[in-house]
Design a protein around this ligand. Structure first.
Ligand SMILES: [Zn+2]
Length: 73
């Protein structure tokens, strides 16, 4: 999680939609192979919200593809 990554896009921080403070992950719930819900809590303004995470496109194909997973390229 820490360290000097040269790729800024790898940051796991999620800003609060209200005050833009980095939120804390409260819990995660794996709904399916391609859908996950993450509950975030903002330490500054108290906002607690659920975000969804799902793959939107493939950049490199899997070498071990699962038959139920179809992610457009
Ligand atoms: Zn906030």
């Amino acid at each position: 999680m820490k360290g000097a990554s040269t790729m800024s896009s790898t940051s796991n921080k999620t800003p609060c939609p209200h005050c833009e403070t980095d939120c804390k992950t409260v819990k995660t719930k794996q709904i399916s192979r391609v859908y996950r819900e993450v509950t975030y809590a903002c330490p500054k303004c108290g906002h607690i919200f659920v975000a969804s995470i799902s793959p939107v496109r493939t950049l490199a194909p899997s070498e071990m593809p699962h038959e139920d997973v179809r992610i457009p390229g």
